[in-house]
Ligand binder design. Sequence first.
Ligand code: NDP
Ligand code: 8X3
Length: 248
Amino acid sequence: MQTAFITGASSGIGRATAVALGRAGFQLVLTGRRRERLEELARELADVPTHLLTFDVRDRAAVDAAVASLPAEFTDVDVLINNAGNAHGLAPIQNGDPADWDAMLDGNVKGLLYVSRAILPSMTRRNTGYIINIGSIAGHETYANGNVYCASKAAVAALTKGMRLDLLPHHIRVAEVNPGAVETEFSEVRFKGDTNRAAGVYQGFEALRAEDVADLLAFMVTRPPHVNLAEVLILPAAQAAAAVIRKD
Ligand code: NDP
Ligand code: 8X3
């Protein structure tokens, strides 16, 4: 049985991906900070062998300790989905809150690096593996007030290319999936719990569901070993660019 390690599995895209990869026959390592959410998901996935790790991706020592604690049957990771991340705030750069900047750069960029660094020895040793980084359309197009979130996702795009080059000799596939608007807890986090404002982001058009992105990820990781869907942009049909959405 192949092992998939999914960060940010307590919500949204990560949670839906856990369900999709469980159905596709993977055993799962599921991570996030909210332990009770992960436990609920593991109960839902009753027939899938699952191991839960609770840590903040920004805490390098906690990442290393969590990965080192994996039971032997989960240490050989075949698929790593670097999904944990969020936007914090939506403000002009001159009004940006440095605490939000830290949360985005430390979580979306350094967290992805810490987790990858901890998992990679199990892949380089075996000369196999598939790493999929969840970037964003925001990493390829900067929109007004998106400044630091867009920069964090542009860093994910650059890191994905760098990882693909560096890991080539080890037969490790590296890919980036770039969603447009997906209705998850993303906007609730961005707007610090303002659920009305968050709901407004998805009003007037049909946003992607987390399951749509999960379907794509399940398709990618079940391709034969010679195929790498290296960079995929997935948009709602109503979205043409980061800040261009048709609202009927
Ligand atoms: P959600 O808010 O629903 O999920 C975010 C997940 O990331 C949660 O499981 C959360 O777990 C985890 N997470 C966030 N910060 C940390 C941290 N510091 N340490 C550990 N885990 C963390 O949002 P989405 O599912 O939408 O977001 C998933 C990814 O998709 C993100 O990288 C996001 O940037 C990206 N994305 C989202 C889009 C959208 O429109 N929704 C579009 C493009 C990309 P917990 O809080 O339990 O730690
Ligand atoms: C999330 C999509 O456009 O709100 O990455 O930044 S967007």
